[in-house]
Structure formats: structure tokens, C-alpha cells
Design a protein around this ligand. Structure first.
Ligand code: HAM
Length: 421
């Protein structure tokens, strides 16, 4: 390797990005609000590994989905196992419940989770290869009221983040009883339009024609508008579940539109599906999506326990939130000389122990330089410690907003700061 090549800057991988200190407060705010809202509804946090056996997603997410066929980060590890960086969270939670026998505990099976996901899709605004989800999952509740309650909970979280202009789309994708009949009708109809569909959708006619509704090609979207609608094929049980779901949404005072093409890009859904979209987002307009999946646990060889849940796309949500940063006021310590430096370190420790945020920078600078630095960094207070102050045990406390300066003892600093905070 030559010198030039050695010095070449190494950048973040395409489709990933750093979350920098200036924006992290929004992430923290969202995470705090999510925990607060979810815990009020009886959810508890769960954390599972970032990578899992590839098989988990093939079986869970579904072998005909775009995620599994095109977007997984899969590799063979040193032990020869096929590993995948999780593209979504739902199959991991189901695996964890079965493996840890969580269903045998008396607590409700309601979980939330916050973390990164990985999908090898074409990066663009709102679509990344590493992105983050806040996800919730409920198990063992068949009642459509829980589907409506999670929609209400999602709405609640968005409202707390200042996002009130989303559209709620809902649908039912039926079950093992009614979907095969619908799939057959859909297949026949799609066959008639085969030559006008993109090559990918032509392939989907044979594998899973429902996946044609996920296609992003404009022509395919237009053609699929004419396709039969799943809601006209629901069996009595699914039909009743959907009606009840809508009734509960009305009771929660949530406005929504029924969107029969909302099959969502995952194979596991049964009955309810829903999505929150925002016009401010552009092409990737889904902020949040979810639905019911009554068969996954059983298909994984676990107990016959139904599930329902949703995931929020953190990057997408944060790009449309309107919340103010709530900054804590803090103090910048200025010291002049070695003795003052030791005093500054001691005062800083005292202040921090008493809950005051303060900063000491260990660089030799003049008083003027340090004052201008505190000003640039937006410190609310400055504490000046020089040789004189060390001898007397008092300090100069300056309020940067009013420019008022006082001579204070260590204990008096606390009183001054608390009085104005
Ligand atoms: P999903 O619709 O695939 O559902 O993803 C949920 C949300 O994650 C999307 O609405 C979007 O905001 C965000 N998202 C998805 N892909 C990307 C990406 N490449 N870049 C940025 N954001 C993205 C699920 O993942 C299901 N597991 C949700 C669920 C939970 N269903 C039942 N329980």
C-alpha cells in the first residue's frame, strides 16, 4: 500500500449515518417519550441480539418478501453458520419468547424494543441500510380491541412528539381460511396483465401475488388498483374482526381510511394491518407500520399464541417532529494558574455532586480567551478562579445573560444558580 492510499479518509458505509451530539437530544426525547407511553400501557422492554440465524427471518419475515429475497445482510461466520443482521424485530421477539418460555410467566406478554435494523435497499431520503425502529409486540390477545389500542398508543406517541398530521391507513389481509381463495382470484387477474407488469411482479404472480401490492414501480401500482380487493373475500371471522377493529378505532376517536392494497411487505400478517403515513416525508412516507400475526409462534414450533404489534421508523419520525430542545443551564469554570487549576477541579467535583452541570477545559488560556470560549459555548454561568480567589476561598460568579458578577463561596454558588434556574 502506498502512502497516499494509507492516508485515504475512511468514511461511513453508504446508507448508514452518524447520529451527532447536536441531534442526539431528539433521539433521547423520542426514546424517553416512547418508554413513558408504552409503560403506561403495561409494556416492558426486551433486548435481543443484533444478529440471528438466517433461517429465523426466512421463516418469520417470509421467503417471498423483498426483505428476504433482496435486502438481508447475510454472511457465513467462522463456524460456518449463516447469520443475518436483523432486518426487523418481530421474528426475534417470537424466538425469544419460545426460547425463554416467557409465555409461562404470569405477566402480560407486552414488550417494547428500541434498536438498529439492517436492510440492503437502495439508499435515499428516508431509506437507510442501517436504520432504527421503536417496536412493540403483544401476544396472546385475540380481541380486535388490542389492535385498536396499539393504534391509539402509536397515535399518542406521535402526538407527544408534536406530529399530528399523519394519515392512518387500515386493512385486513384475512387468514389461512380466506386468503388462499383470494390469492387464486388475484393470480388470475394478475395473469391477464402479466405483460404490463415489471419482471419482478411477473415472478411474484407465481410465488405470492399479494406481494405485487408492495411494488414501487408506477405502472404496477396503477395496474394493481384494478385487482380484486381482499376485503371482499374475508371469511366471516376475519370480516367480524375487521368490523370490530374499525368500531374500536371509532370509539378511540381515531380517523382512518380503509386501504385494501395495504398488504404490508411482510408475509406473516393475518387479519389487521395498518400504517401511519405523512405527506411531509416524500416518497418514503410510512412513519410506522404494523399488524396482527396469529400464526408465527405456532409456525416456529412454539405454543399457539397470537401476536400483534407495530414498529416506528425513528429516522423518518425524527425528520418530521416539532419539539423544542430542553437545555439544562450550565457553568463554565475558568482558572488562572496551577493552584487555581486544582481549586477548579475540586469546585467542579462539588458542583457535580450537587447536580450542577459544569465544564472545565484543561488548556492554558488567558482570562479573555476563556471568557470568550464560555460565551461561544453558550454557558449560562462562568466561575472565575484566580490566585487571589484561591487564597480567600471565594470566587467570581458571572451570570452570562445579565453580565452581573458576584463574589461567592462554594456553597453560595448553588444558591445563586438555583435561584435563577
Ligand atoms: P416495516 O413496515 O417493514 O414493519 O417497518 C416499520 C417502519 O420502519 C416503516 O414504517 C419505516 O418507518 C421504517 N423503515 C423500514 N425500512 C426502513 C429503511 N430502510 N430506512 C429507514 N426506515 C425504514 C416492520 O418492520 C414490522 N416488524 C413491524 C411490526 C411489528 N409488525 C408487527 N409488529
Amino acid at each position: 500500500m502506498n502512502d497516499q492510499a494509507k492516508k485515504k479518509q475512511i468514511n461511513a458505509i453508504k446508507g448508514t449515518k452518524d447520529i451527532l451530539p447536536d441531534e442526539i437530544w431528539k433521539w433521547q426525547k423520542l426514546e424517553t417519550e416512547a418508554r413513558l407511553v408504552f409503560e403506561r400501557y403495561g409494556y416492558r422492554e426486551i433486548r435481543t441480539p443484533v444478529f440471528e440465524a438466517t433461517e429465523l427471518f426466512i421463516k418469520g419475515t417470509g421467503s417471498t418478501t423483498d426483505i428476504v429475497t433482496k435486502e438481508m445482510y447475510t454472511f457465513v461466520d467462522k463456524g460456518g453458520r449463516s447469520i443475518t443482521l436483523r432486518p426487523e424485530y418481530t421474528p426475534s421477539v417470537v424466538r425469544s419468547i419460545i426460547e425463554n418460555r416467557l409465555n409461562l410467566q404470569p405477566q402480560p406478554l407486552r414488550f417494547y424494543f428500541i434498536g438498529p435494523m439492517f436492510r440492503y435497499d437502495k439508499p435515499q431520503k428516508g431509506r437507510y441500510r442501517q436504520f432504527h425502529q421503536i417496536d412493540i409486540e403483544v401476544f396472546g390477545e385475540k380481541d380486535p380491541a388490542i389492535d385498536a389500542e396499539i393504534v391509539e398508543m402509536a397515535k399518542n406517541l406521535l402526538t407527544r412528539m408534536g406530529v399530528t398530521d399523519t394519515d392512518v391507513l387500515v386493512n385486513s389481509v384475512g387468514c389461512q381460511t380466506c386468503r388462499p381463495g383470494y390469492r387464486e382470484k388475484l393470480k388470475q387477474k394478475a395473469e391477464e396483465s402479466r405483460s404490463r407488469l415489471c419482471p419482478d411482479c411477473q415472478r411474484k404472480i407465481g410465488t405470492n401475488p399479494l406481494r405485487i401490492f408492495d411494488c414501487k414501480v408506477e405502472a404496477c401500482k396503477e395496474i394493481s388498483i384494478e385487482f380484486p380487493k381482499i376485503t371482499d373475500f374475508l371469511c366471516p371471522e376475519c370480516d367480524e374482526h375487521f368490523k370490530q377493529f374499525c368500531k374500536y378505532l371509532d370509539a378511540f376517536d381515531i380517523s382512518y381510511s380503509i386501504e385494501p392494497s395495504l398488504v404490508r411487505g411482510l408475509d406473516y400478517y393475518t387479519k389487521t394491518t395498518f400504517e401511519f403515513s405523512s405527506r411531509s416525508l416524500g416518497a418514503q412516507d410510512a412513519v410506522l407500520g404494523g399488524g396482527r400475526y396469529d400464526d408465527m409462534m405456532k409456525e416456529f414450533g412454539g405454543p399457539d399464541i397470537c401476536g400483534t404489534g407495530f414498529a416506528v421508523g425513528v429516522e423518518r419520525l425524527l425528520s418530521i417532529v416539532s419539539v423544542e430542545e430542553n437545555q439544562q443551564e450550565w457553568l463554565y469554570l475558568i482558572y488562572l494558574g496551577d493552584e487555581a487549576k486544582s481549586a477548579a477541579m475540586e469546585v467542579a467535583r462539588f458542583l457535580r455532586e450537587n447536580g450542577v452541570k459544569c465544564l472545565v477545559e484543561y488548556r492554558e488560556r488567558s482570562l479573555r480567551n476563556q471568557l470568550s470560549r464560555a460565551n461561544k459555548l453558550n454557558a449560562a454561568w462562568v466561575l472565575i478562579i484566580g490566585e487571589d480567589e484561591v487564597k480567600k476561598g471565594t470566587f467570581q460568579l458571572k451570570n452570562m445573560k445579565t453580565a452581573h458578577q458576584d463574589t461567592v463561596t462554594k456553597e453560595e454558588i448553588l444558591k445563586h444558580i438555583r435561584r435563577t434556574n
